[in-house]
Design a protein around this ligand. Structure first.
Ligand code: ADP
Ligand code: ADP
Length: 218
Protein backbone atom coordinates (compact mmCIF):
# COMPACT_ATOMS: atom_id res chain seq x y z
CA UNK A 1 0.00 0.00 0.00
CA UNK A 2 1.11 3.56 -0.74
CA UNK A 3 -0.02 6.29 1.63
CA UNK A 4 0.24 9.88 0.51
CA UNK A 5 -0.50 12.20 3.40
CA UNK A 6 -0.90 15.97 2.97
CA UNK A 7 1.93 15.82 0.45
CA UNK A 8 3.00 19.25 -0.78
CA UNK A 9 5.77 20.51 -3.05
CA UNK A 10 6.33 24.23 -3.56
CA UNK A 11 8.83 25.74 -5.91
CA UNK A 12 9.83 29.37 -5.97
CA UNK A 13 7.61 29.75 -9.02
CA UNK A 14 4.55 28.06 -7.54
CA UNK A 15 3.06 24.91 -6.11
CA UNK A 16 3.42 21.62 -7.99
CA UNK A 17 1.68 19.41 -5.41
CA UNK A 18 -0.80 20.93 -3.02
CA UNK A 19 -1.84 19.05 0.14
CA UNK A 20 -2.49 15.71 -1.60
CA UNK A 21 -3.87 12.86 0.48
CA UNK A 22 -4.77 9.46 -0.98
CA UNK A 23 -3.89 5.79 -0.65
CA UNK A 24 -3.08 3.22 -3.30
CA UNK A 25 -4.49 -0.15 -2.32
CA UNK A 26 -3.02 -3.52 -3.28
CA UNK A 27 -4.85 -5.87 -5.63
CA UNK A 28 -6.09 -3.32 -8.12
CA UNK A 29 -4.74 -0.92 -10.70
CA UNK A 30 -5.02 2.66 -9.51
CA UNK A 31 -4.92 5.24 -12.27
CA UNK A 32 -3.24 8.54 -11.43
CA UNK A 33 -5.00 10.86 -13.85
CA UNK A 34 -4.43 14.51 -14.59
CA UNK A 35 -3.40 16.84 -17.40
CA UNK A 36 0.24 17.55 -18.15
CA UNK A 37 1.67 19.71 -15.40
CA UNK A 38 -0.89 18.53 -12.83
CA UNK A 39 1.83 17.27 -10.49
CA UNK A 40 1.79 13.52 -11.15
CA UNK A 41 5.53 13.11 -11.72
CA UNK A 42 6.40 15.35 -8.78
CA UNK A 43 4.14 13.26 -6.54
CA UNK A 44 5.70 10.03 -7.78
CA UNK A 45 9.22 11.41 -7.33
CA UNK A 46 8.40 12.25 -3.71
CA UNK A 47 6.94 8.77 -3.13
CA UNK A 48 10.25 7.39 -4.39
CA UNK A 49 12.34 9.71 -2.26
CA UNK A 50 13.77 11.51 -5.30
CA UNK A 51 12.25 14.86 -4.34
CA UNK A 52 11.87 16.19 -0.84
CA UNK A 53 8.35 17.27 0.12
CA UNK A 54 7.81 20.83 1.31
CA UNK A 55 5.25 19.31 3.69
CA UNK A 56 3.50 16.01 4.26
CA UNK A 57 4.74 12.49 3.69
CA UNK A 58 4.60 9.48 1.42
CA UNK A 59 4.93 5.96 2.77
CA UNK A 60 5.17 2.60 1.03
CA UNK A 61 4.06 -0.27 3.22
CA UNK A 62 4.48 2.04 6.19
CA UNK A 63 8.06 2.96 5.34
CA UNK A 64 9.85 5.72 3.50
CA UNK A 65 11.44 4.59 0.26
CA UNK A 66 14.92 5.33 1.61
CA UNK A 67 14.38 2.82 4.41
CA UNK A 68 14.22 -0.19 2.07
CA UNK A 69 17.43 -2.19 2.17
CA UNK A 70 16.73 -3.75 -1.22
CA UNK A 71 14.49 -1.12 -2.84
CA UNK A 72 14.26 -2.79 -6.25
CA UNK A 73 12.63 -5.88 -4.78
CA UNK A 74 10.14 -3.75 -2.84
CA UNK A 75 9.21 -1.10 -5.36
CA UNK A 76 9.61 -1.07 -9.14
CA UNK A 77 9.23 2.24 -10.93
CA UNK A 78 9.23 3.58 -14.44
CA UNK A 79 9.99 7.30 -14.40
CA UNK A 80 9.50 9.80 -17.17
CA UNK A 81 13.08 11.01 -17.32
CA UNK A 82 15.04 7.81 -17.03
CA UNK A 83 18.81 7.94 -17.00
CA UNK A 84 19.53 5.31 -19.63
CA UNK A 85 23.12 5.32 -20.78
CA UNK A 86 22.88 5.64 -24.61
CA UNK A 87 26.04 3.68 -25.29
CA UNK A 88 25.01 0.60 -23.32
CA UNK A 89 22.81 -2.23 -24.47
CA UNK A 90 19.46 -3.05 -22.93
CA UNK A 91 20.94 -6.23 -21.47
CA UNK A 92 23.89 -4.32 -19.95
CA UNK A 93 21.54 -1.90 -18.24
CA UNK A 94 19.57 -4.73 -16.69
CA UNK A 95 22.66 -6.76 -15.77
CA UNK A 96 24.11 -3.71 -14.05
CA UNK A 97 20.88 -3.08 -12.16
CA UNK A 98 20.58 -6.75 -11.25
CA UNK A 99 24.16 -6.94 -10.00
CA UNK A 100 23.81 -3.81 -7.90
CA UNK A 101 20.68 -5.26 -6.29
CA UNK A 102 21.92 -8.76 -5.64
CA UNK A 103 19.85 -10.34 -8.42
CA UNK A 104 21.02 -13.00 -10.85
CA UNK A 105 21.35 -13.05 -14.65
CA UNK A 106 18.43 -15.43 -15.01
CA UNK A 107 16.03 -12.77 -13.88
CA UNK A 108 17.43 -10.41 -16.54
CA UNK A 109 16.58 -12.94 -19.24
CA UNK A 110 13.09 -13.33 -17.81
CA UNK A 111 12.27 -9.62 -17.86
CA UNK A 112 13.73 -9.22 -21.34
CA UNK A 113 11.31 -11.92 -22.49
CA UNK A 114 8.41 -10.50 -20.53
CA UNK A 115 8.88 -7.06 -22.11
CA UNK A 116 9.44 -8.32 -25.64
CA UNK A 117 13.04 -7.10 -25.72
CA UNK A 118 14.88 -10.42 -26.08
CA UNK A 119 15.86 -9.81 -29.68
CA UNK A 120 16.86 -6.17 -29.16
CA UNK A 121 18.70 -6.88 -25.89
CA UNK A 122 22.15 -6.54 -27.44
CA UNK A 123 21.45 -3.21 -29.14
CA UNK A 124 22.64 0.07 -27.72
CA UNK A 125 19.92 2.12 -26.13
CA UNK A 126 20.89 4.98 -28.46
CA UNK A 127 19.23 2.99 -31.27
CA UNK A 128 16.01 2.42 -29.30
CA UNK A 129 12.69 4.06 -30.13
CA UNK A 130 10.80 5.76 -27.31
CA UNK A 131 8.54 2.71 -27.15
CA UNK A 132 11.52 0.39 -26.70
CA UNK A 133 12.94 2.70 -24.02
CA UNK A 134 9.61 2.47 -22.23
CA UNK A 135 9.75 -1.32 -22.44
CA UNK A 136 13.28 -1.27 -21.05
CA UNK A 137 12.18 1.03 -18.24
CA UNK A 138 9.37 -1.38 -17.44
CA UNK A 139 11.80 -4.31 -17.59
CA UNK A 140 13.94 -2.51 -15.00
CA UNK A 141 10.87 -1.88 -12.85
CA UNK A 142 9.95 -5.58 -12.96
CA UNK A 143 13.45 -6.87 -12.33
CA UNK A 144 13.13 -7.24 -8.57
CA UNK A 145 9.66 -8.83 -8.83
CA UNK A 146 8.39 -6.00 -6.60
CA UNK A 147 5.19 -5.95 -4.61
CA UNK A 148 4.66 -2.32 -5.52
CA UNK A 149 4.82 -1.07 -9.08
CA UNK A 150 4.69 2.60 -10.09
CA UNK A 151 4.56 3.46 -13.79
CA UNK A 152 4.71 7.14 -14.78
CA UNK A 153 3.08 7.65 -18.19
CA UNK A 154 4.06 4.15 -19.37
CA UNK A 155 2.13 4.24 -22.65
CA UNK A 156 3.89 7.36 -23.95
CA UNK A 157 5.61 6.43 -27.18
CA UNK A 158 4.20 2.91 -27.29
CA UNK A 159 2.46 1.58 -30.39
CA UNK A 160 -1.14 0.30 -30.03
CA UNK A 161 0.06 -3.23 -29.36
CA UNK A 162 2.37 -1.92 -26.65
CA UNK A 163 -0.43 0.10 -25.07
CA UNK A 164 -2.55 -3.03 -24.74
CA UNK A 165 0.44 -4.96 -23.44
CA UNK A 166 1.04 -2.42 -20.63
CA UNK A 167 -2.66 -2.43 -19.79
CA UNK A 168 -2.73 -6.22 -19.44
CA UNK A 169 0.56 -6.29 -17.56
CA UNK A 170 -0.72 -3.78 -14.99
CA UNK A 171 -3.94 -5.76 -14.53
CA UNK A 172 -2.15 -9.07 -14.21
CA UNK A 173 0.27 -7.74 -11.57
CA UNK A 174 -2.60 -6.19 -9.63
CA UNK A 175 -4.48 -9.49 -9.92
CA UNK A 176 -1.53 -11.13 -8.18
CA UNK A 177 -2.20 -8.86 -5.22
CA UNK A 178 0.44 -6.24 -5.93
CA UNK A 179 0.01 -2.51 -5.51
CA UNK A 180 -0.03 -0.88 -8.96
CA UNK A 181 -0.11 2.86 -9.67
CA UNK A 182 -0.17 3.98 -13.31
CA UNK A 183 -0.14 7.65 -14.26
CA UNK A 184 -1.54 9.10 -17.45
CA UNK A 185 -3.04 12.28 -18.86
CA UNK A 186 -5.31 10.11 -21.05
CA UNK A 187 -8.78 9.58 -19.58
CA UNK A 188 -9.76 6.95 -22.14
CA UNK A 189 -6.66 4.91 -21.43
CA UNK A 190 -7.13 5.07 -17.67
CA UNK A 191 -10.77 4.06 -18.03
CA UNK A 192 -9.58 0.83 -19.68
CA UNK A 193 -6.64 0.17 -17.37
CA UNK A 194 -7.58 1.23 -13.86
CA UNK A 195 -10.37 0.06 -11.58
CA UNK A 196 -9.78 2.99 -9.25
CA UNK A 197 -8.82 6.58 -10.07
CA UNK A 198 -6.99 9.31 -8.24
CA UNK A 199 -7.58 12.46 -10.27
CA UNK A 200 -5.51 15.59 -9.75
CA UNK A 201 -5.34 19.06 -11.30
CA UNK A 202 -2.93 21.88 -10.44
CA UNK A 203 -1.48 19.73 -7.72
CA UNK A 204 -4.79 19.26 -5.94
CA UNK A 205 -6.93 16.17 -5.43
CA UNK A 206 -10.06 16.37 -7.61
CA UNK A 207 -11.44 12.85 -7.20
CA UNK A 208 -10.59 9.51 -5.58
CA UNK A 209 -13.15 6.92 -6.62
CA UNK A 210 -13.88 3.73 -8.55
CA UNK A 211 -13.34 4.24 -12.28
CA UNK A 212 -16.93 3.34 -13.14
CA UNK A 213 -18.25 6.09 -10.89
CA UNK A 214 -15.98 8.64 -12.50
CA UNK A 215 -16.90 7.50 -16.01
CA UNK A 216 -20.65 7.52 -15.36
CA UNK A 217 -20.42 11.03 -13.87
CA UNK A 218 -18.60 12.48 -16.91
P1 ADP B 1 2.80 16.01 -14.49
O1 ADP B 1 3.68 14.85 -14.19
O2 ADP B 1 1.40 15.84 -14.02
O3 ADP B 1 2.86 16.39 -15.94
P2 ADP B 1 4.76 17.52 -13.00
O4 ADP B 1 4.81 16.91 -11.67
O5 ADP B 1 5.84 17.16 -13.97
O6 ADP B 1 3.35 17.27 -13.66
O7 ADP B 1 4.78 19.09 -12.83
C1 ADP B 1 3.89 19.78 -11.96
C2 ADP B 1 4.21 21.25 -11.94
O8 ADP B 1 5.44 21.47 -11.26
C3 ADP B 1 4.40 21.86 -13.33
O9 ADP B 1 3.82 23.15 -13.33
C4 ADP B 1 5.88 21.93 -13.47
O10 ADP B 1 6.23 22.98 -14.35
C5 ADP B 1 6.33 22.20 -12.06
N1 ADP B 1 7.70 21.69 -11.79
C6 ADP B 1 8.09 20.41 -11.86
N2 ADP B 1 9.39 20.30 -11.53
C7 ADP B 1 9.81 21.56 -11.23
C8 ADP B 1 11.07 22.11 -10.82
N3 ADP B 1 12.16 21.34 -10.63
N4 ADP B 1 11.12 23.44 -10.61
C9 ADP B 1 10.03 24.21 -10.77
N5 ADP B 1 8.83 23.75 -11.16
C10 ADP B 1 8.73 22.44 -11.39
P1 ADP C 1 30.25 6.81 -18.00
O1 ADP C 1 28.81 7.12 -17.92
O2 ADP C 1 31.10 8.02 -18.24
O3 ADP C 1 30.59 5.67 -18.90
P2 ADP C 1 30.37 5.06 -15.70
O4 ADP C 1 30.44 3.87 -16.58
O5 ADP C 1 31.28 5.11 -14.52
O6 ADP C 1 30.69 6.40 -16.51
O7 ADP C 1 28.86 5.25 -15.21
C1 ADP C 1 28.44 6.41 -14.55
C2 ADP C 1 27.32 6.03 -13.62
O8 ADP C 1 26.29 5.42 -14.38
C3 ADP C 1 27.71 5.03 -12.57
O9 ADP C 1 28.05 5.67 -11.37
C4 ADP C 1 26.51 4.18 -12.38
O10 ADP C 1 25.69 4.69 -11.33
C5 ADP C 1 25.74 4.34 -13.67
N1 ADP C 1 25.83 3.14 -14.53
C6 ADP C 1 26.95 2.54 -14.94
N2 ADP C 1 26.67 1.49 -15.71
C7 ADP C 1 25.33 1.44 -15.81
C8 ADP C 1 24.41 0.59 -16.49
N3 ADP C 1 24.78 -0.42 -17.24
N4 ADP C 1 23.11 0.84 -16.36
C9 ADP C 1 22.69 1.86 -15.62
N5 ADP C 1 23.50 2.70 -14.97
C10 ADP C 1 24.79 2.50 -15.05
Amino acid sequence: MIEVNHLTKRYRGGTAVDDLTFTVEPGRVTGFLGPNGAGKSTTIRMVLGLDRPTAGSALIGGRQYAEFKRPLTAVGALLEASDLHPGRSARDHLLWLAASNGLGRKRVQEVLEETGLSEAAGKRVRAFSLGMRQRLGIAAALLGDPGVLILDEPVNGLDPEGVIWVRNLAKRLAGEGRTVLVSSHLMAEMALTASHLVVIGRGRLLADLPTEEFVSAH
